[in-house]
Design a protein around this ligand. Structure first.
Ligand SMILES: Cc1cc2nc3c(=O)[nH]c(=O)nc-3n(C[C@H](O)[C@H](O)[C@H](O)COP(=O)(O)OP(=O)(O)OC[C@H]3O[C@@H](n4cnc5c(N)ncnc54)[C@H](O)[C@@H]3O)c2cc1C
Length: 380
């Protein structure tokens, strides 16, 4: 088992926090399509936004498994959007700052993000480029003493509430594709940087998703994150850790959905017996439990390799693909077992059904995962 007594203690304390301080608000936050602004500072205060960052930046100095524990336990807060917003902060937007940032950038962005004083977003996707990251068109052009940004991003998680964004920009010719992309750290308040729209979604309701526009936004040279024109490769590194954590969260969500359903099938009666009394029901649930156990153990095995510094791209892509497909299959099967009640907003399985659908799209679609696997594992 990859988890130590320390991880177990961490899990217990996160579970207590999630149950006492987040879960009671889930319905309200889903309804408001916004979770309370105190969540980030409170999680920062508890040390939960920097579990695997060094203490010198305000982190807890833990390993990758501590981040995995957080992702799994956040599934229990009853609102997928809250876990997703936190994962964007801890696993998407800040890892490139830690790995590629200068000391000044770490002090200005990483330290307050870990403390929960600043909210971060990561801006890759554009109205005309999602899966094809190398096709992005938001430009950063060199000007005297810095850069000028023009363009638009869409579907950006935390985009409305973020204080800054790790922005992916084209810094050369469009034909140069992946070789002319650079990451920048851009503050929300700068003239020309606007949230053009808060988007309405089918699920993940408590999380805010934005369309952002950039019109002649001026930034200094100090805003370049990592190497100029190496942004695509910096991002590809970041995406692996993010995909694995996302997959772990999806499996934890599926597990909770299964637990809810196990309770329901014992209570709900039809034809004079609990619906768990039908063999077809039991077998369905056994299939789900088996799928969850298999994907979970694959993820743990990969997390150990990632923690050791391995870079198993094909296998992480397989894990994300398998977790997404499994989570949506489980959500669909559980909803079916709830019958008409499963279609009602008031039961957690219907929310899980909507929320879980995202894992097969965000951070690389199923089809993109298959293309990576075809290339890296099958030589196709
Ligand atoms: C709720 C939500 C939150 C998000 N958060 C963020 C965020 O914080 N930051 C961010 O940058 N992005 C974010 N995204 C964007 C997300 O990463 C993209 O939606 C995703 O990568 C797919 O891109 P797309 O929507 O442009 O789809 P497209 O690329 O247009 O794809 C459309 C369809 O074509 C398929 N397709 C594309 N290329 C191929 C191919 N080569 N072979 C086979 N099929 C292919 C896709 O698999 C898909 O089925 C978020 C999206 C959502 C819905």
């Amino acid at each position: 088992m990859p988890f130590t007594a320390e991880h177990d203690a961490l899990r217990e304390s996160i579970r207590a926090f999630v149950t006492k301080e987040l879960r009671p608000h889930a319905e309200q936050w889903e309804h408001d399509e916004w979770f309370a602004d105190w969540v980030f500072p409170r999680m920062g205060e508890l040390g939960l936004l920097g579990l695997r960052y060094p203490e010198q930046y305000g982190g807890q100095g833990g390993d990758y498994f501590s981040a995995l524990v957080l992702s799994e336990e956040m599934a229990g807060c009853g609102s997928g959007g809250v876990g997703m917003a936190v994962a964007v902060q801890t696993e998407m937007a800040t890892p490139p700052i830690f790995k590629f940032g200068t000391e000044a950038q770490k002090q200005q962005y990483l330290v307050p993000a870990i403390a929960g004083r600043k909210v971060a977003a990561l801006g890759i996707t554009e109205p005309d480029a999602g899966s094809d990251v190398a096709g992005i068109r938001t430009r950063a052009d060199r000007v005297d003493g810095g850069w000028r940004i023009n363009g638009a991003k869409t579907f950006i998680t935390n985009g409305v509430r973020a204080d800054f964004i790790v922005l992916v920009c084209r810094t050369g010719a469009q034909e140069d594709g992946a070789r002319a992309i650079t990451l920048f750290l851009v503050d929300k308040g700068l003239p020309g940087f606007a949230v053009s729209r808060k988007l309405k979604k089918m699920g993940m309701h408590a999380s805010d998703t934005a369309e952002l526009s950039f019109t002649d936004v001026e930034i200094s040279d100090g805003a370049v994150l990592g190497e100029v024109n190496a942004g695509f490769y910096h991002l590809m590194w970041e995406l692996q850790g993010e995909r694995l954590i996302g997959a772990a969260g999806a499996v934890a969500g599926a597990d909770l959905c299964l637990q809810e359903t196990l309770r329901y099938v014992k209570e709900r009666h039809a034809f004079g017996r609990p619906i768990a009394g039908f063999q077809v029901t039991r077998h369905k649930l056994v299939d789900m439990a088996t799928d969850i156990a298999l994907v979970k153990s694959f993820i743990y095995q990969l997390a150990e390799r990632w923690d050791r510094g391995d870079y198993p791209v094909a296998e992480i892509s397989m894990a994300k693909l398998a977790a997404g497909q499994m989570a949506t299959r489980v959500a669909d099967g559980c909803l079916q077992l709830f019958g008409g009640m499963g279609y009602m907003d008031e039961v957690p399985v219907s929310r899980h059904y909507r929320d879980s659908r995202l894992i097969r799209i965000g951070a690389g679609t199923d089809e993109v995962m298959k293309e990576i696997i075809a290339k890296t594992a099958l030589g196709l």
